[in-house]
Design a protein. Structure first.
Length: 86
């Protein structure tokens, strides 16, 4: 699989997904945040290289949580910022 960079479209295996999980750490990442957060982009690139990722069906954060995955801190920051704006 090719290298993932935020300026590119989503990775081929996840072009129709928003969330991708790291099976090693049980952490879920939001692909939508990769373009604005270099930490997330680097983590996703490393995860795809390791080939230890998971997709969720349905593709929701709730489903990832149901499977025991914790949201990455970037998701929590994004949720907190959205709540503060509301």
């Amino acid at each position: 699989m090719g290298e993932y960079t935020p300026s590119m479209s989503r990775p081929t295996k996840f072009e129709n997904n928003r969330y991708v999980g790291d099976k090693r750490k049980q952490v879920v990442y939001d692909l939508d945040l990769a373009g604005s957060d270099p930490e997330v982009a680097a983590a996703i690139e490393e995860l795809l290289a390791s080939e230890r990722f998971a997709a969720f069906g349905p593709d929701t954060l709730a489903e990832a949580r149901n499977r025991g995955y914790r949201p990455h801190r970037s998701i929590r920051r994004n949720e907190a910022a959205a709540a503060a704006e509301a």
